[in-house]
Design a protein around this ligand. Structure first.
Ligand SMILES: NC(=O)c1ccc[n+]([C@@H]2O[C@H](COP(=O)([O-])OP(=O)(O)OC[C@H]3O[C@@H](n4cnc5c(N)ncnc54)[C@H](O)[C@@H]3O)[C@@H](O)[C@H]2O)c1
Length: 327
């Protein structure tokens, strides 16, 4: 698909980050866009930005929807059909995601399952709901966001990262398997698998909201004890800071994840849209993602050893991603 003008795109998690930038860039090209999110406030900001950039006549709609709830996803699909007066869509970006649920030992089971549900079932329900509309278009593109954690289940040997990695591996396997299913049953629909490395977004801050965790500023002494334990697990001095100092550091780390990344959300969205234009099914986003892909493929047995992480860091990759809020 070379041109997005006058097409219809559906984007989950369009409130901030890569989803917002996909929405803005597509609208700027004259593509009609429907976004969903759990944050009405963030969707309104995205809509204002997109409408500023879009040519007259471009339709932009926002929809409150939790992608981990199939009933809500089906409601979102019905609203898109109604509000865009259409029986088909051309592009579906299953982009919504959160971190969290790092450890089976130390994280609450409910949190683990919430992260898995948003990152895996969000993609699965989104695909189930919108696939008939994609198949009804002359050409359709399903764009599923996984992660480097879809082929490397780690943020480093000292950081448990199980729920997110399990979900992102599932997204990768599902999307790859769909290539043949689509080839046989709907050859005019194409699937693209997005695997970003570290992209500067508010995912750390948004994760706290979706999981109902306190923001760093609201953390109690007991909440901070858990953070201290994680810091100590990594062999660092967990008691060196007062509660107030630790709150400031936690907030700063979440903001640094967004503000000091090697790649911003706008550049990441451009890479994703270029991948769709070029018809690539594997879309690695960022030099860190490309390097990790090379390293894991060349020596998979070493992928979870400390020396692997040391080599990655020595190449300047994923340093800022390794913080207590992200696991
Ligand atoms: N930022 C990174 O470094 C990075 C790396 C690899 C993969 N990813 C993936 O990229 C995708 C986009 O993330 P981002 O970095 O732009 O983060 P982000 O937090 O800026 O954007 C995600 C959006 O999804 C929304 N969302 C969260 N849970 C939802 C739910 N249950 N239903 C509907 N919307 C929900 C959030 O409110 C937010 O607006 C995610 O799937 C994420 O896992 C991000």
């Amino acid at each position: 698909m070379q041109e997005f003008r006058n097409r219809i795109a559906v984007i989950t998690g369009g409130g901030t980050g890569m989803g917002r930038e996909l929405a803005r860039q597509l609208a700027a090209e004259g593509c009609h866009v429907a976004i969903c999110d759990v944050s009405a406030e963030h969707m309104a900001e995205t809509q204002a930005l997109a409408e500023q950039a879009a040519p007259r006549g471009t339709r932009f709609t926002t929809h409150a929807c939790d992608v981990s709830d199939e009933r809500q996803v089906l409601g979102f699909k019905d609203a898109v059909v109604r509000e865009h007066a259409t029986d088909h869509v051309h592009l579906v970006f299953n982009n919504a995601g959160i971190a969290g649920g790092g450890s089976l030992f130390t994280d609450p089971r409910a949190e683990w399952e919430r992260t898995f549900a948003v990152c895996w079932y969000g993609v699965y329900y989104g695909t189930r709901a919108f696939l008939p509309l994609l198949a009804a278009a002359p050409e359709g593109h399903l764009v599923n966001t996984s992660s480097v954690n879809g082929f490397w289940a780690s943020l480093g040997p000292d950081i448990p990262h199980t729920a997110y990695s399990a979900a992102k591996f599932a997204v990768k396997g599902f999307s790859e398997a769909l290539i043949n299913d689509l080839h046989v049953n709907a050859p005019h629909v194409h699937v693209h698998l997005v695997m970003p490395g570290h992209v500067g977004t508010s995912i750390v801050l948004n994760t706290s909201v979706v999981l109902g965790r306190p923001s760093p500023k609201e953390m109690t002494h007991e909440d901070l004890r858990v953070v201290r334990d994680r810091i100590k697990q990594r062999g660092l001095p967990g008691d060196a800071l007062s509660d107030d100092q630790l709150r400031v550091v936690m907030q700063q780390l979440a903001e640094d994840f967004r503000d000091k990344a090697p790649l911003g959300a706008a550049a990441a969205a451009r890479i994703i849209l270029d991948g769709v234009r070029e018809g690539r099914w594997r879309i690695l986003v960022g030099e860190d993602a490309k390097e990790l892909d090379r390293m894991v493929r060349s020596d998979p047995e070493r992928a979870y050893e400390p020396a692997f992480m040391d080599e990655l860091r020595a190449k300047g990759h994923l340093d800022l991603a390794l913080q207590p809020g992200e696991d």
